[in-house]
Design a protein around this ligand. Sequence first.
Ligand SMILES: Nc1nc2c(ncn2[C@@H]2O[C@H](COP(=O)(O)OP(=O)(O)OP(=O)(O)O)[C@@H](O)[C@H]2O)c(=O)[nH]1
Ligand SMILES: [Mg+2]
Length: 251
Amino acid sequence: MGPREGLNDLRNERRKQMDGLEITPRTLAIGVGGAGCEVINRIYSLMPMVDTVAVNCDKEAMHRTNADVKLYICRSVTNGEGAKGDVGLGRDCAKAHIDDIEKAMTGYDAVFIIAGMGGGTGTGATPVIAEKARSMGIMTFVIAIDPFSFEGRRVQVAKEGIAKIRQVCASTIVVENDLMVQRMPDATMKAAMETVNRSIASFIGRKISLIKECFESEFESISSDVIEQRLAGGSSDLTDPVGSRPKTAKE
Ligand SMILES: Nc1nc2c(ncn2[C@@H]2O[C@H](COP(=O)(O)OP(=O)(O)OP(=O)(O)O)[C@@H](O)[C@H]2O)c(=O)[nH]1
Ligand SMILES: [Mg+2]
């Protein structure tokens, strides 16, 4: 038996051991506030493999939203009266429910947080949620929707909100509602926003597939390295975890 055949046998053996292993990373999409929850609705209905959480201070919007977990976060802070367009209240509501938020994110490897900027809930709660996710060691991405430039005061509120989110999460992507005005000049505001929501949902779907592929190919390549080292050392014992540990610089 030549060395190549030996290597192939060991690879096949290793694959058999890996077959029963679930190495899929756990990914979660969290929508915050009105716009975020609209995107979550879409993800929930079109991408059943993605776990979803909806966070909002708006009771009626909450009823319209479908998600695996719904967190209505303004009961204690505003007595259930919403965030009233106030960023400080949005932030306080998220802080008041930080244990629920943590519980909803527990066990996930990657989270995508989606929120519209310029109102109270999405702008105020998103930095709190992103910071918590990062402190839990979760790979964290934020998709922040910039309001239309004709929305007045909201534009400045959004700018400050995005800066705050960037302080806690470097992987923040800003999607501008304005882009749709340029691309679909005759569309209504609602149609333009729905187009943005659709593209965010499909972007997240693609990123989640990519993360899964990366994890899987990484795992495969680590395994084959270990196999090759083992073969070079003349041992066929693949189950000894100490022996298969890569050497550190000191060793
Ligand atoms: N693309 C898109 N943008 C939206 C949608 N709804 C609202 N927006 C934008 O997001 C900004 C923030 O709005 P919301 O998400 O409704 O605000 P909120 O976080 O619920 O804030 P409060 O209701 O004040 O607590 C708006 O100014 C709009 O520009 C939506 O469905 N899609
Ligand atoms: Mg709202």
